[in-house]
Design a protein around this ligand. Structure first.
Ligand code: NDP
Length: 238
């Protein structure tokens, strides 16, 4: 860690350029955190310390953590939000698409958890939240790479909690349901209507509502190893 130590808690949001990650970074800022957020060239909201980082580039996440440590001297919360979705039936799925989804959604999360444990372990405290998807349980045709990558986060957290807990670090997974972001723009209108129809709340989430859950879950002091669905009830009633 650097010589300067921030008096305010420090959060690092990986994938903070838009959508749920941007809303989450803004929420932590509003709560009085010093916030660092990664992007891939498009920048982050004013007031957030932007760090350029493509999670699929070897060493990029390590460098991002190092930059946070050098600038702020502490790290309290890490949110791994970076994610990509693709639509490919299994019989047509190309290796490069499978690899890209796995590298971004799962391997990136592994690297982030490893770095977070290294930095937070020294302080003996911290909270990590990984962003999964409710679809990892129900499945979606054409999304086996996406749902497998997200299901992998569950396994990661279940083992990581045993290594993290004795060092004062909590780690949880938030699994959002359909949320109004660019990612959902890939979904056809008719499919979107069907999703709304299956939701007990009869609507799709705003990114700020998912950010609210992520913030609160990250601060719950006796919660670790949990997978929390934030879906408006979708996927839970049958
Ligand atoms: P967006 O597509 O709006 O945002 C995705 C974010 O991930 C962006 O910040 C993007 O950065 C970042 N990202 C993607 N690839 C990389 C990479 N290689 N390196 C670094 N950053 C990367 O999606 P959402 O906000 O909707 O999704 C956020 C998370 O929530 C994802 O993990 C997604 O799987 C999950 N989720 C979303 C749901 C939804 O309905 N929207 C439902 C369930 C889960 P950049 O701007 O540079 O592309």
């Amino acid at each position: 860690m650097g010589k300067f130590i921030s008096e305010s808690p420090v959060a690092l949001v990986i994938g903070a350029s838009r959508g749920i990650g941007q809303a989450t970074a803004e929420r932590f800022l509003k709560e009085g955190y010093v916030v660092a957020g990664t992007h891939r060239g498009s920048g982050v909201t004013n007031g957030i310390h932007g760090i350029e980082c493509d999670v699929t580039t070897p060493g990029a996440l390590k460098a991002a953590f190092k930059e946070v440590a050098a600038n702020f001297g502490r790290l309290d919360t890490v949110i791994y939000n970076a994610g990509v979705a693709r639509q490919d039936l299994l019989v047509r799925m190309r290796d490069e698409d499978l690899r890209s989804v796995m590298e971004t959604n799962l391997f990136g999360a592994f690297a982030a958890v490893q770095e977070a444990l290294r930095y937070m372990g020294r302080a003996g405290a911290g909270s990590i939240v990984l962003i999964s998807s409710e679809s990892s349980r129900a499945g979606i045709p054409g999304s086996a790479h996406y749902t497998s990558s997200k299901a992998g986060l569950d396994g990661l957290v279940r083992s990581a909690m045993w290594e993290a807990g004795p060092r004062g670090i909590r780690i949880n997974v938030v699994a959002p349901g359909p949320t109004k972001t660019d990612m959902l723009a890939q979904v056809e209108d008719a499919d979107l209507d069907a999703l709304v129809g299956k939701s007990p709340l009869r609507r799709i989430a705003e990114p700020e509502e998912i950010a609210d859950a992520i913030f609160k879950i990250s601060t719950l002091t006796y919660l670790t190893g949990a997978l929390i669905p934030v879906t408006g009830g979708e996927g839970l009633g049958y």
